[in-house]
Structure formats: C-alpha cells, structure tokens
Design a protein around this ligand. Structure first.
Ligand code: IPE
Ligand code: IPE
Ligand code: MG
Length: 240
C-alpha cells in the first residue's frame, strides 16, 4: 500500500513535454565496442528508433523529432553514407506500419537532393500516414539548422516580403517545422555536449538532457528518466 502511494505521488508530478527532439548519436561507437562494422551500429540504431517512436506514441507524446542524417554527415566515407541510405530505404518500404500505428510521419531537411527512389518512398510514407492522429514524428534527414534558416530567408525574399513584415513568426512559418510547437526538450545520448546544427532556431528555449548511453542502448526506461528530470525543471522563458 505504501509503495502504491509513493508511485502515485511520483506519477502525478510527471510533466510530459509536448515536443521531444532526439539526436540519435553513438551508433558507430556502439558497433566498435562489439567489434562490429559501423553499419551494424546504424542498423541497431534504426531498430531502436522504431522502438522509441512506438513507445513515444504509446505514452501520448504529441511531437517527436529525430536526427537521422545531417547536412554535415556527407563528409563520411561514401560506403557508410550508402549503408545509411539503404537502412533508410528498408525503413521506408515498411511505411504502411506508420498508418497501422497511427503515427504521422514527416521528413524535415533538404530532401530535394536525395535519390529519386528515396524521394518517392518518403512521399508515399507521408501520404500513407497523413490522417494519423497519434504521434507526429519528424525525421530530420539531410537536415541542418543553418541550411534550414537559409532556406527560410530565400523563401522570404522570393515572396517579396518587406522588412517591416519580418518577425519571429515570419521565420518560423518558413522553417521545415512550420506550424509545429518548438521542441521543449532535447535529448542527446553518446556523451557529446553539442547541438551539431540541430534545430538551432527552434531550440532557443528548450531544456537539454545529455547522457553517455549510446543510441542503440537508449531504451524507454531512459526516456522515462529524462522525462522525470524534465518534470523538475523550472522553465522561466526570461521571466521570474
Ligand atoms: C549517429 O551515430 C548516426 C548518424 C550520424 C547517421 P554516429 O554514426 O555518429 O555514431 P558515432 O558518433 O560515430 O559513435
Ligand atoms: C549528429 O551526430 C547527427 C545525427 C545524429 C544524425 P554526428 O555524429 O554527426 O555529430 P558530431 O559530428 O559528433 O557533432
Ligand atoms: Mg556521432
């Protein structure tokens, strides 16, 4: 009975962020630790991503944004990039699952330059899940925060907006995340303490959570730990 009361007390305090953004980092080191090729780490990371997305949907999260491939990741060996794109293809071919799971998927980033077949699979995945009412899942692919802002500035110029018309909303409305709430909480496993060009405009007032866990080892219980910590943060947004 005592234990039951305690659990209820801690549950009552839990505040679920509306929007969580995750930097899925550490796949390579996870594989290296096991004497496996980096690709094995990316496969394990991809599987883990599906588990975490499903779990996020189950607990009623509204928005989850995951960093899958950055504008800087093209610097990697060609073979590694090819392997990552192939893992993405496999994931997208499974697209009907988003619909079954009531997860609405959206890709953010510069998709235009990707291979034609990937672009088609992305369009199919977005179309197949467009009426889902559960989790909104953003997958950041060929995404860079600076690239996104450049893209927004170009749109503003092409639309012929006057200087007086430029405010925060004018910029936010032209980002890939247009119409979505900013991330409340950014999670980066793998022991790195940086944003790596992720959601740099949107994260102006986000809370952060870092951990040494490598992405393939990041489980729902770690997400719960992070959310518990978030629940204890005092967000002031510059006020008192
Ligand atoms: C993240 O894992 C996946 C991508 C960036 C595509 P990494 O591949 O960066 O793994 P580490 O950081 O080398 O361990
Ligand atoms: C950030 O991880 C990008 C993704 C997780 C997709 P990186 O491994 O590319 O970041 P850096 O190079 O450590 O900053
Ligand atoms: Mg990395």
């Amino acid at each position: 009975m005592g234990v039951f009361k305690l659990r209820r007390a801690s549950k009552a305090k839990r505040i679920l962020p509306r929007h969580i953004a995750i930097i899925m980092d550490g796949n390579g080191r996870w594989a290296k630790k096991r004497g496996l090729p980096r690709t094995a780490g990316h496969s394990a990371g991809s599987k883990n991503f599906k588990d975490i997305a499903r779990y996020s949907n189950k607990i009623g999260l509204e928005y989850l944004t995951v960093y899958a491939f950055s504008t800087e990741n093209w610097k990697r060996p060609e073979e590694e990039v090819r392997n990552i794109m192939n893992i993405l293809r496999d994931y997208l071919k499974d697209a009907k699952n988003f619909k079954d799971e009531n997860i609405k998927v959206k890709f953010i980033g510069n998709i235009e330059v990707l291979d034609e077949d990937i672009k088609e699979l992305i369009a199919e995945a977005e179309e197949a899940s467009k009426d889902a009412t559960g989790l909104n899942l953003n997958i950041a692919l060929n995404y860079g925060g600076r690239d996104e802002i450049i893209h927004a500035v170009k749109s503003i110029i092409n639309e012929g907006l006057a200087a007086e018309e430029i405010d925060e909303k004018a910029i936010s409305d032209r980002l890939y995340t247009c119409g979505q709430p900013d991330p409340d909480f950014i999670i980066r496993p793998s022991g790195e303490y940086r944003l790596s060009n992720y959601l740099i405009w949107q994260s102006a007032y986000a809370e952060y959570w870092f951990s040494d866990i490598l992405w393939p080892d990041f489980k729902p219980k770690h997400l719960e730990q992070a959310i518990d910590e978030y629940s204890n943060r005092n967000r002031r947004f510059g006020g008192v």
